[in-house]
Each structure stands twice: as structure tokens, then as C-alpha cells.
Ligand binder design. Structure first.
Ligand code: NAD
Length: 360
């Protein structure tokens, strides 16, 4: 019989966190889920709207750097698992202003590890405990740096070589998580995943940005020559992988997660234009690819990422279920059907950020 888990989900009001919370609540309604989220510009309580009032679900607005609050939640809610998503997550913002990335991604992760260490020691002393505490650290393939066109995909033993302030801060947090396993024996697991896409993705990210700009008839900014390659995974498949890792992953291990879907940015944007053209809606500009505009490249732009996910497939039996064609179609439909979700996010703050990034 499965013993219900009691999870703290940090960053649960963000893109992947919200998809994960939905996945978990649907699958394990007897588990307790406490979401801790600071509701930064990227956090949105509307992402969890349908769970409000549900038994076993609680939302707490707060910061992962607030040790007293984390201690209180871990003890009063009797939690045994942390699924750590909270982060500053956008590379372009890290280039403009890196400080918040160090604070949340590095200091925040350290704060959670310290709190979990104390909690774990208490759980270990409880003789009746048959629970298996887990600290799951959700990280990115960007910590491995950039690949040349013919280089083999990243494995779990690829040396770290982060190139942006974002990936450097995630690498720092990964190293801390690893160190807490080796130094204190804390049951930590790290996952490094490729680019996600799907519902609740904040408008600044490539796929929603293109969908929204097509709907508004605005230029589609493509960095440099558009030949940069990313490895795309549908967010639901990422959540299913994290589910498997929490249940079957081995403490101290790292698992790479990816969909084996390498796509050039320009090809991705062209596909999104085609999907929009095919939709039964009125578009300001059709064909939508007339809106494609090449802009000055991102500083330090990594050329290619690709994930080798053999380990999680062979050791834990996970594999992705959604093809990139199907996933992109579903995602485009989601943005078409959820205008009332994304329209309020195009705030004056967002517009000011947008101007800065795509000014030249
Ligand atoms: P996101 O930016 O959409 O969400 C981040 C969430 O964290 C937001 O809800 C925000 O309010 C919250 N948050 C930020 N700072 C906080 C703080 N100090 N305290 C509490 N909450 C805070 O990010 P995402 O795309 O959902 O990414 C989630 C995690 O997955 C991140 O750790 C990211 O590095 C990792 N990841 C993302 C991708 C991707 O393609 N999006 C791929 C691999 C790994």
C-alpha cells in the first residue's frame, strides 16, 4: 500500500510547478500539497485557481529565503518531501540583472537545504516513520553549457560549464544539493531537464511569445541567425518524469530528462506560424511568417543543447509520451483558448522589459 506523501512544492505558481501540482493532485488526491511561492512577476495564482478550496491543497505566499517560514511549514504540516521549482528562470533577465538569480537560486536553495536537513533528522529519529523523505531539485540542462553541432548529447557525467548568469546560478544550486547528499547524507536528487513548453508558460518565453505576437500581429523576434538548437519536452512529460524520480529515484543521483526533440529556433517559429495559419481564427497578418524579424543575438547565446535521457529511461522506466508535433498543436490551442490568462500578464512592467531586450 502506498503511504501518502506530504510535499512542499516551491514555485508551484510558476509554469512547471503549476503543471506539476495539477499532475500530483490528480494522481494522488490523498497526498498533502503545500505550495510555497513568492508570486514574483512569473508567479500567478490563477495557475492554481481550480485547486483552491480542495482538501489536501494549501497555497502559501512566501519566499524560499525565509527560513522561519519554511521551518514552520515543514513541522506544522508534517512534510516529508520537497519538490523545489522556485527560481528566477529567464536567461534574458539574468543578463540584465543577475542579483535576484543568486539570491533566489543559490541562497534560496541553501535555505531550503538547511531547513530540510533539520526536518530530516527529526523524521529519522521517529521510530514509527516508514516514509522516505526526498529533496527533489529541479534543474536545467543549461548547466552543461553549449554543444557544437556534432557533439554527443549531455549525459549525467558531462562536466558543468554554465555560460549565462542564470545557468551559473542553477549550477551553483546543483552543487549545493549534491554536497548536502555527500556531506550530510541528505536524500537529495537532482534532475536536469531540457526546454519545456505547454500551458501556463509565461509570455516572455520563446513559444508563448511567438503565439501571442502572431495573435497581436507584432514582429516575431528571432535571435541571431535563428540556427540555435534546443531540445523540447512537453511539460506534462517532465512532470511524469519527476513523479517517477520522487517514487523510484535513488538519493544522491542525477537524472537527465529530455524528449529527444532537437529543433532549430527558426524551424520552431516557422512551425508555430503554420499552426496559427491553420487555426480557424482571424489573424492580423497571414501568412504569419511574414512577421519573422531577425534581431541582434543574445549575449553569450548557447548554440545547442541536447539531452541524453538513457539513464532515467533504463533505470526508472520513464519515457516521453507526447510528440513535439502533437505538443505544439496542443500548446497553440491552449494560447488561443486562454486569452484571458495571458492578456493581463502583458503589464507595463512586462512591456518595459520587452523594450529593453528587443530594443536593437
Ligand atoms: P517560472 O519562472 O515560470 O516559475 C518560477 C516560480 O518560482 C514563480 O512562480 C515564482 O513566483 C517563484 N519564485 C521565484 N522566486 C521565488 C522565491 N524567492 N521564493 C519563492 N518563490 C519564488 O519557472 P519554470 O519555467 O516553471 O521553472 C521551474 C524550475 O524548473 C526552475 O528551477 C527552472 O530552473 C527549472 N527548469 C525550467 C525549464 C524550462 O524550460 N522552463 C527547463 C528545465 C528546468
Amino acid at each position: 500500500v502506498r503511504i501518502p506523501r506530504r510535499l512542499l512544492v516551491t514555485g508551484g505558481a510558476g509554469f512547471i510547478g503549476a503543471n506539476f501540482v495539477h499532475h500530483w493532485c490528480d494522481r494522488y488526491p490523498n497526498d498533502r500539497i503545500v505550495v510555497l511561492d513568492a508570486l514574483t512577476y512569473a508567479g500567478n495564482q490563477a495557475n492554481l485557481k481550480d485547486l483552491e478550496g480542495r482538501e489536501n491543497f494549501r497555497f502559501v505566499q512566501g519566499n524560499i529565503c525565509d527560513r522561519a517560514l519554511i521551518d514552520e511549514l515543514l513541522y506544522t504540516e508534517n512534510l516529508n518531501t520537497i519538490a523545489h521549482f522556485a527560481a528566477e528562470s529567464h536567461v534574458d533577465r539574468s543578463i540584465l540583472a543577475p542579483d535576484a538569480f543568486i539570491q533566489t537560486n543559490v541562497v534560496g536553495t541553501l535555505t531550503l537545504l538547511e531547513a530540510f536537513k533539520k526536518r530530516w533528522q527529526t523524521l529519522n529519529q521517529a521510530t514509527t516513520s516508514s516514509e522516505h523523505p526526498v529533496f527533489l531539485h529541479v534543474s536545467t540542462d543549461e548547466v552543461y553549457g553549449s554543444l557544437t553541432p556534432d557533439a554527443p548529447a549531455f549525459t549525467e557525467t558531462t562536466p558543468y560549464a554554465p555560460n549565462s548568469p542564470y545557468s551559473a546560478s542553477k549550477a551553483g544550486s546543483d552543487h549545493l544539493v549534491r554536497a548536502y547528499y555527500h556531506t550530510y547524507g541528505l536524500p537529495t536528487i537532482i534532475t536536469n531537464c531540457s526546454n519545456n513548453y505547454g500551458p501556463y508558460h509565461f509570455p516572455e518565453k520563446l513559444i508563448p511569445l511567438m503565439c501571442i505576437n502572431i495573435l497581436m500581429g507584432k514582429p516575431l523576434p528571432v535571435y541571431g541567425d535563428g540556427q540555435n538548437v534546443r531540445d523540447w519536452l512537453y511539460v506534462g512529460d517532465h512532470c511524469a518524469a519527476l513523479d517517477v524520480v520522487i517514487h523510484k529515484g535513488e538519493p544522491g543521483q542525477t537524472y537527465n530528462i529530455g524528449g529527444n526533440n532537437e529543433v532549430k529556433n527558426i524551424d520552431l517559429v516557422t512551425t508555430l506560424c503554420q499552426l496559427m495559419d491553420e487555426a480557424d481564427i482571424k489573424l492580423p497578418v497571414r501568412p504569419a511568417n511574414e512577421l519573422i524579424t531577425f534581431v541582434k543575438d543574445r549575449l553569450g547565446h548557447d548554440r545547442r543543447y541536447a539531452i541524453n535521457a538513457t539513464k532515467i529511461k533504463t533505470e526508472l522506466g520513464w519515457s516521453p509520451s507526447v510528440t513535439v508535433e502533437e505538443g505544439l498543436r496542443q500548446t497553440v490551442e491552449w494560447y488561443l483558448n486562454n486569452r484571458d490568462w495571458w492578456e493581463p500578464l502583458l503589464s507595463p512592467e512586462y512591456q518595459a522589459y520587452y523594450q529593453k531586450v528587443y530594443a536593437s
